[in-house]
Design a protein around this ligand. Structure first.
Ligand code: G3P
Length: 215
């Protein structure tokens, strides 16, 4: 499973790249609004740091404007992927952009049919939001399972990005399903790395090692 980092924070991205577990980055307007750098500068820097796709969201709502905006955003870096919300206007834009070779990540996916339609329109990625479904007592991971089955049934060339991940168990579930990608907030990635028995075990090994006699 590829791991994308769901952040626009450069320090977090640098750390994840150093750890060797950052296959890409996803941003959205909320994440970008938390950073101080000018938007264009921020995205260019993320694109330089990350050895994989960097999703950047278009905020226009009409197809023609989404297409224009996407063309501009795509110039910010070779690895930019345009995030387009799943709407009627968004779908129209996806088809045009796909034909131009601009990769699209369709975001705010909450049903399996939305994912199928986005993939048919030419989206390279679809992003089901599992945490937000869990929040309203719909099982988010069941949606991921259905989307994967449907895309697989028709051999559609579209990868599933499990998004709105809230805790390490979401990562485990995504990996057990065989999801292509999970996009993870940095604090969840930090948590996923740790286990109390690892810390206790290491402390014990180091204590015992200090008693070992050397020449
Ligand atoms: O990738 C989408 C993600 O950022 C949404 O997460 O926690 O706001 O539902 P959340």
């Amino acid at each position: 499973m590829k791991i994308f980092i769901d952040t626009a924070n450069l320090d977090q991205i640098k750390k994840a790249v150093e750890w060797g577990v950052c296959d890409g980055v996803t941003t959205n307007p909320t994440l970008v609004s938390k950073e101080n750098l000018p938007f264009e500068e921020l995205i260019q820097e993320i694109c330089r740091l990350v050895p994989g796709p960097v999703s950047v969201e278009a905020v226009s709502t009409q197809a023609g404007e989404i297409i224009q905006e996407a063309r501009g955003l795509a110039k910010l870096g070779e690895n930019v992927v345009i995030k387009i919300p799943m709407t009627e206007e968004g779908i129209k834009a996806i088809r045009v952009l796909a034909m131009e070779g601009i990769q699209v990540n369709t975001t705010l996916i909450f049903s399996p049919i939305q994912a199928l339609l986005a993939a048919k329109a030419g989206a390279r990625f679809v992003s089901p939001f599992v945490g937000r479904l869990d929040d309203i007592t719909h099982e988010g991971m069941a949606l991921v399972e259905q989307i994967m089955a449907i895309l697989n049934n028709y051999g559609l060339d579209c990868e599933v990005i499990v998004a709105s991940i809230r805790h390490p168990l979401h990562l485990v579930e995504a990996a057990l399903l065989g999801a292509d990608i999970a996009t993870v907030p940095f604090p969840v990635l930090e948590k996923a790395m740790k286990h109390p028995l690892t810390d206790i075990g290491l402390e014990r090994f180091l204590r015992d090692w200090s008693k070992v006699k050397h020449k």
